[in-house]
Design a protein around this ligand. Sequence first.
Ligand SMILES: [Fe+2]
Length: 244
Amino acid sequence: MTTTQTTPSETSALAVLNRRDFIQASAGAALVFAMGNLPGSARAATVHTLPPLPFADTALDPVISANTLSFHYGKHHKAYVDNLNKLVTGTEFADMTLEKIIMATAGQADKAGIFNNAAQVWNHTFYWNSLKAKGGGEPPAALKQKIEAAFGTVDACKMELAKAATTQFGSGWAWLVLDADKKLQVVKTGNAELPLTKGLKPLLTIDVWEHAYYLDYQNRRPDYVNAVLDKLVNWGFAADNLGA
Ligand SMILES: [Fe+2]
């Protein structure tokens, strides 16, 4: 089945997405709709694309090196995008947005390949936006208030995140989420699983797959997690996702 490429104008539209738009646009920002009739195809296909990193590849150094980014973004994240496009071509999922694919395949053993790749595309785009150079520090006031209501202090929230990140057995993710009662929680998920399928709204995430830290920290996952929380975590992105 034929697919289409991202045009320069579409690429530039993706590049200028601001963080507040991420949640709403994530279903569309990581992918591009091919609206025209394609030769040899009865319907238009949705082509998922690798969004640009929201920072330079050296911006997170030394906490996360350019070498790690080159593999993590340039190889792993890209592979999830490429695999997803191959897996959905010619299927009922070919025209769906990324979020619709995730929700439609979650928990279905015979769709695990599509779910895993779609969720990993979403998770990684969310992770890159959860980081920034010279991050950490104090969250914006509205988020800080929510954090203090749920955890007592910002440090206590960071400790919960660190605990979730370091106790996730094997590959997975640690998340700050907003639950159905509008209360903050820290949760962890295994492999490609994500809070969206559990009715929880993600605010930020930390990738704890070994590929996220092994080149820089080898087996010292706690050192990676604590360095991210102290120096890179993007509280502004989490605050924007609150919708406050
Ligand atoms: Fe990863």
